[in-house]
Ligand binder design. Structure first.
Ligand code: AMP
Ligand code: ZN
Ligand code: FE
Ligand code: FE
Length: 271
């Protein structure tokens, strides 16, 4: 029997991925993955859509989400796993994010208009069912209009952090996010820790009540894996990992590019 592999970080059409939740499960199964978590930005809608197919294909699907938070003005992504999907605290937080994003998207569109690159709200909402609309959707609309050629160019020139059409919008504090994941009986994991380039912020994060660190990530080499595993082990925290697969919008990273084994998966799912 093939070795167990679980990819615990990917995005569906419920946020800024290009595969539907069902097609992600299908792709996972075809790729030989036996465990999967769909971690959309600020929405948990994918889980119930993907679960029936996961069960019939024998893919162990665990609930997942990637919440946008902030600490000392720096954006920090928090992964949540194994929480109760229909818990009111989780549903309420997702609702808050939806509203935050609606307001923020309008601010970004306002700035783009001032820069002579107008877009309507309709243009940034894709045809497929999406619950979370973010900057990648705005970037794609900019390409369609011929304002830029690539998503990267849109971020670099206009909507990336600190660029002329960037709007931060309202933010949701990290501690509140950790508390909500825990209230819903889930585990809170520090996502792609290498993106935290400020040592003070990293130190503060390591003092918080996370349950684990994403130690395996598609762009990591062995030394990076080892560094984060060491840090997680020192804290007696969980080790997780995943590809951060987005489908065709990040075509160089396949589903399963990063994964964890049965042992780490079992530690994560145990109560
Ligand atoms: P948002 O959640 O609306 O702030 O958008 C952030 C998302 O945009 C991230 O999850 C990435 O998937 C994507 N993103 C961020 N920076 C870039 C970039 N420079 N090029 C392409 N995609 C990016
Ligand atoms: Zn994304
Ligand atoms: Fe992220
Ligand atoms: Fe992600």
């Amino acid at each position: 029997m093939a070795d167990f592999r679980a990819d615990l970080h990917c995005h569906s059409t419920c946020s800024d991925g290009t595969y539907t939740p069902e097609n992600l499960v299908k792709l996972a199964s075809e790729s030989g993955l036996m465990g999967l978590s769909i971690t959309d930005h600020d929405t948990v809608e994918a889980y119930s859509l993907a679960l029936p197919l996961a069960q019939s294909l024998g893919v162990e699907l665990i609930s997942g989400v990637e919440f946008s938070t902030e600490l000392f003005g720096q954006s920090v992504h928090v992964l949540g796993y194994c929480f109760q999907v229909d818990h009111p605290a989780i549903q309420e937080l997702c609702q808050m994010h939806m509203q935050r994003r609606e307001e923020r998207n309008l601010s970004i569109l306002e700035k783009l208009k001032d820069l002579g690159k107008p877009l309507s709200l309709e243009e940034i909402i894709p045809k497929e069912m999406h619950h979370t609309i973010g900057r990648p959707h705005i970037a794609q609309a900019m390409i369609k209009r011929g304002y830029v050629e690539t998503i990267q160019e849109a971020f670099k020139k206009y909507i990336g952090d600190g660029k002329p059409a960037y709007a931060k919008g309202k933010t949701i504090p990290i501690q509140e996010t950790l508390d909500i994941i825990h209230t819903a009986h889930g585990k809170a994991i520090m996502a792609h820790p290498h993106l935290i380039d400020d040592n003070l912020i990293l130190r503060k994060l390591l003092e918080m009540n996370f349950d684990g660190i994403e130690c395996y990530y598609a762009k990591f080499n062995k030394e990076q894996n080892a560094r984060w595993i060491q840090i997680a082990q020192n804290k007696n925290w969980l080790i997780t990992g995943g590809s951060d697969f987005h489908g065709n919008v990040k075509p160089t990273i396949p589903l399963g590019a990063s994964w964890i084994d049965r042992e780490s998966f079992n530690f994560l799912i145990q109560k």
